[in-house]
Design a protein around this ligand. Sequence first.
Ligand code: ATP
Length: 447
Amino acid sequence: MALKMEEIVSLCKRRGFVFQSSEIYGGFASCWDYGPLGAELKRNVKNAWWQSVVQERDDMVGLDSSILMHPKVWEASGHLATFNDPLVDCKNCKSRFRADHLKNLETCPTCGNKGTLTEPRQFNLMFKTHVGPVDSGDDSNVAYLRPETAQGIFVNFPNVQNTSRKKLPFGIAQVGKAFRNEITPGNFTFRTREFEQMEIEYFCRPEDAPRLHQEWIAARYQWYLDLGINPEKLSLRPHEKDELAHYAQSEDSTGTTDIEYQFPFMSEPSELEGIANRADYDLSQHAKFSGEKMSYFDPQNNEHITPYVIEPSAGADRATLAFLVDAYHEEEVKPGEMRTVLKFHPRLAPTKVAVLPLAKNKPPIVEIAKKLRADLAKKFVAQYDDTAGIGKLYRRQDEIGTPFCVTVDFETVEKDNAVTVRDRDTMLQERVSLDQVRGYLLEKLDL
Ligand code: ATP
């Protein structure tokens, strides 16, 4: 059963994953807010990324640079001159399209009229703002909201290299907001005007770049698989020559390969992440525009070189959406009885464990359950819920993807000082003694 877009949007709202921004005012086009479960899920996605590309690697360090930057950055990066999409308007129905998304420029896909589309116009995607209390009316105090986090990394290359004393090859990673005045946002959180990126700039010797490019493509592809993405939905797509960004068009670059996911509501696989070989484009440009040295001194060969850069650039919101729709399953548990379950990888699941008292009016049971939740919550997100019967509580936790439910019952108090642990996927139950339940869950969750 293919999930439709409206079903995903309504499911996300119902369960508190994603709400429309400014909903009480009728919403604000293509802006979304992550609710209690969505905030946990997205945080887990970003943490899993950081763990894999920074914490576990000896050749990577992190950065958190500002959103507003010197306007010259965007001149040097090429964003002011080339970060444009071709825009066409329909004079009849006022619909707006990206010209490169249309099959032909003769007929308007919305109203079907012929010859009503304007010539394509270039439209810069950067959000412009003014710094300081006065809009001077000219461009003297203009600043831009960054359209990618990458440039914050490039301009800090000398700072990070000097302070971390890393030798080539090494990389810098950063997670943060980026803003693009997209002409055609849509498909829920897939394409928005404000979004979060998870970007790496990996600096290396020019001759190592082709090999390291391939290694990063493989490593990043594996990351999605390790977090449980269905391999049949994930694919790699090397860019054609004519769609390469300006920095990847040079002879020195080995191009760009996208990691794509087949969303159920899109006709073709769509980009989750692009892994580009940017050669020495960015560091050379910033050296030129700033007059500063952006090179690296190689003590072994006693020479200054401008490193090449491999850039794995991922979207936190797109990855989160992919993990969410991929986790969605409807299953028959018994003949005629269905359940909806989100089969998140335990590391991504917003809630790891739910502690459920079998009787909410029995103080000893409630007391044990509350104490257990508080104890577990020191290690991971644990919920206490006594607002329904046990069957309903299990279903509710299945629907939000909680890997384990722990039930405290009469036997816990009267007989064995143990609890029942239920596995979300197998629905099998096991009796575990109270003093071992934390260790048991930590081992099974493998966080
Ligand atoms: P697209 O072709 O989909 O517009 P892009 O090739 O312009 O994407 P990049 O500049 O390579 O995207 O940005 C890196 C990543 O940032 C993308 O793979 C995607 O995950 C994310 N991203 C880019 N634009 C958006 C957006 N408007 N909304 C949400 N995520 C985005």
